[in-house]
Design a protein around this ligand. Structure first.
Ligand code: DP6
Length: 334
């Protein structure tokens, strides 16, 4: 697609993603480069739509989130990120950003991944840039690490790279026969209440104070190899086993931080036990948790409905959403 002329409004759409092998810690905070790679599943139906217009008449960047003016912290973070796009396009024009999350009610899911992915596609186009998918994922990463993965559909691998400038810290898709069959059953705990600590603050704090942080980072490469092989082989059981083990290692490192970062609520633990029991009974079900109390269960299309019906009965679960694989981020053509 041709890049837009400056002054044109460009709208883009991107889906949320859930990491099966987590990103938790950075090797360069200024460039937002992860300490290790990660691997995720893009979720259909949980998407953000963002429109951007660089307007010569604007004196500052403006931003609305779900129809309301964004807070000063959010505007500052977005504005700083927009500077990267402006520098690349050789412009100093300010932008008007409108971002809307089309997530199921009270999904309790973070929107920074889909948000920065949609913003990267919309803003780069609106600034007249033509970027490769790899460049887009790098740009999205500079906004939020997990956003690099939301540029792509289905299963996605993020690389930490080795370079000092972060140019080899990008995401790319991984083809797998599992893409059409895998489902994520998202169990929302506690009605999607605001979280105590952001993933960004909590991963920095884990890195700075947790005696288990190094061990966590060191376990990621082998987990990535296992997960990638399982994807190639279409082996859901191996993928699920490494998914659950990896999230527990990430949370263990956070819980060992001083003071501790504990995202789990009693319902989180109840769900974790229930998933293990169901698996013992022969169901395809493996749990993963992020920077919040919600439990996302990896399963297949044949099991998702049964699993969702069972997990809905666990006290404290306020909503259960089933999602399949989502599409890549793209410009919404008017
Ligand atoms: C637990 O991508 O939100 O969801 O790069 O600081 O914006 P920043 O962090 P962010 O962290 C996501 C952490 C996670 C795991 C994951 O998605 O890999």
């Amino acid at each position: 697609m041709m890049p837009a002329m400056l002054g044109t409004t460009v709208t883009a759409r991107a889906c949320a993603n859930i990491a099966l092998v987590k990103y938790w810690g950075k090797r360069d905070a200024a460039l937002n480069v992860p300490a290790a790679g990660s691997l995720s599943f893009t979720l259909d139906g949980l998407r953000t739509e963002t429109s951007v217009r660089f307007g010569p008449e604007l004196s500052v960047d403006t931003m609305t989130l779900d129809g309301r003016e964004a807070g000063s912290k959010e505007i500052a973070r977005t504005s700083e990120w927009l500077d990267l796009v402006r520098a690349r396009a050789g412009i100093s024009t300010r932008a008007a950003v409108h971002s809307t999350n089309h997530f199921p009610t009270a999904s309790g899911l973070a929107s920074s991944a889909s948000g920065f992915a949609a913003l990267a596609v919309a803003a780069s186009n609106a600034a007249g840039l033509t970027l490769s998918l790899r460049e887009l994922s790098i740009l999205a990463r500079q906004g939020s690490g997990s956003a690099a993965r939301s540029i792509f559909a289905d299963f996605v691998r993020m690389h930490a790279g080795h370079s000092a400038d972060g140019s080899d810290a990008f995401a790319e898709p991984i083809a797998s026969p599992l893409a059409s069959r895998v489902r994520m059953v998202i169990c929302v705990v506690g009605g999607g209440a605001p979280k105590l600590y952001s993933s960004r603050d909590a991963m920095d704090h884990t890195e700075a104070t947790s005696p288990l942080y190094r061990a966590w980072v060191d376990c990621v490469p082998a987990d990535l190899r296992t997960a990638e092989q399982a994807l190639r082989d279409g082996d859901l059981a191996t993928l699920g086993t490494v998914t659950e083990a990896n999230t527990l290692a990430m949370h263990a490192s956070a819980m060992a931080a001083r003071p501790a970062v504990i995202y789990w609520q009693p319902t989180t633990l109840a769900l974790l036990h229930r998933v293990r029991e169901l698996r013992h009974d022969g169901l395809a079900a493996w749990a993963t948790m992020d920077a919040g109390p919600h439990v996302k269960v990896l399963t297949d299309d044949a099991t998702a409905e049964t699993l969702a019906a069972t997990l809905r009965t666990v006290p404290g679960v306020s909503n259960v959403i089933i999602s399949g694989a989502g599409p890549a981020a793209s410009v919404v053509t008017p």
